[in-house]
Design a protein around this ligand. Structure first.
Ligand SMILES: NC(=O)c1ccc[n+]([C@@H]2O[C@H](COP(=O)([O-])OP(=O)(O)OC[C@H]3O[C@@H](n4cnc5c(N)ncnc54)[C@H](OP(=O)(O)O)[C@@H]3O)[C@@H](O)[C@H]2O)c1
Length: 333
């Protein structure tokens, strides 16, 4: 019988905001079919947003953030999941309106759960988490649009971030020549170690003015940055190429023209990990565990933290200073 367990909880009463590790009981968790002992979670940009005093993501307090979790089933009202099964739960309402992964136990609706692929450990699954899943989904969609390694170089923007760094490593594993764009001058060696063949600055992609059409430099791009960066990327994609856009760290408004689309047949692919259909979700997780799984990725790209280190980790990612992926260890917290 589980008496109490630890969770990282955000709370707001009037103007008083708190974010701290607290002790909860199972009865504090929302109702859902599957009770999971959470072994690992991870830190994503959205978790940084959810943990701000003026969060636009969290609507009700107290709340447990954490859009990712992986662990072992300890109770289940759905016969598809048995006690002892290893599972992944990311996306949907997890860490947004439904208590999330920064908790040693979580109750999750069974329709949001993915069985852990055999070739992945729980810790590896959370290394990838939503960021890695989004990178993999972006690559999958690029390939469905006809992109292949022999079509030319692929650009990754925001390359040191979660989506960016996992995209660099996965594309490299699949045989693509990867150009990594970053705002961090010090990250060149890191990006080359994880698979970039070329490292360029943000200004090399976008500086002040976006031309309607520019030199054709890349066959495709994975863009978690958005804003003017995306507009500039579109103007530099080769004829028939594709751009997979997933994020907005660089802004929400994209000052582009129709020319890349109507004169070069460029495809703009919208990537949504949250409501990605379950069939495609499982297929993408199987690719993450299979042909996309980079070599030596944990050693090169992962930092492991405990629950009480979350306030610093969440601030780091929100300020765009994170490099690689942060895994939260719930078992030893
Ligand atoms: N659509 C989806 O389903 C989905 C899923 C996951 C994430 N996302 C979104 O994707 C974005 C990235 O998420 P993440 O978890 O990878 O975040 P992250 O780890 O913070 O990475 C974002 C990276 O963007 C770059 N960046 C930050 N501020 C910038 C600015 N002002 N201008 C240009 N580049 C900037 C930085 O990389 P460099 O320093 O290397 O340039 C930063 O590391 C977020 O907007 C997130 O909400 C969307």
């Amino acid at each position: 019988m589980i008496e109490t367990f630890k969770a990282f909880q955000v709370n707001k009463q009037d103007d008083n905001f708190s974010a701290e590790v607290t002790s909860l009981t199972i009865n504090d968790l929302p109702d859902a079919e599957v009770l999971i002992e959470v072994h690992y979670s991870s830190v994503n940009y959205k978790d940084g947003l959810a943990s701000l005093p003026k969060s636009t993501i969290v609507k009700q307090y107290p709340f447990i953030p954490g859009i990712d979790l992986a662990g072992v089933v300890v109770d289940s009202k759905d016969e598809r999941y048995k006690v002892g099964d290893e599972v992944i739960a990311t996306s949907y309402e997890i860490g947004v309106t439904h208590y999330g992964g920064y908790s040693q136990y979580a109750r999750i609706p069974s329709k949001w759960i993915v069985p852990l692929p055999e070739e992945l450990s729980l810790k590896e699954a959370m290394f990838f988490g939503t960021a890695g899943f989004t990178a993999a989904l972006s690559i999958n969609r690029l390939e469905n649009s006809g992109i292949m390694p022999d079509k030319g170089k692929v650009l990754v923007t925001g390359a040191t971030g979660g989506v960016g760094s996992t995209a660099v490593a996965m594309l490299h594993k699949l045989g693509y020549q990867v150009v990594a764009s970053t705002g961090k001058q010090s990250a060149e060696q890191f990006l080359k170690e994880i698979g970039a063949s070329e490292v360029i600055s943000r200004e090399d992609v976008y500086e002040e003015k976006v031309k309607p059409l520019d030199k054709q430099l890349w066959s495709a791009a994975i863009d978690p940055v958005g804003g003017q960066m995306l507009a500039s990327v579109l103007s530099k994609i080769s004829y028939g190429g594709s751009v997979a856009v997933s994020g907005l760290t660089g802004g929400t408004s994209v000052p582009t023209a129709v020319f890349p689309f109507i004169l070069r047949g460029v495809n703009l692919l919208g990537i949504d990990s949250v409501y990605c259909p379950m069939e495609e979700r499982q297929a993408v997780w199987n690719r993450i565990a299979g042909d996309m799984k980079p070599n030596g990725f944990m050693e090169k790209m992962a930092t492991e933290i405990k629950l009480d280190e979350l306030p610093i980790a969440l601030k780091t990612i929100f300020e765009g200073r994170a490099q690689g992926r942060m895994i939260v260890n719930l078992i030893n917290s």
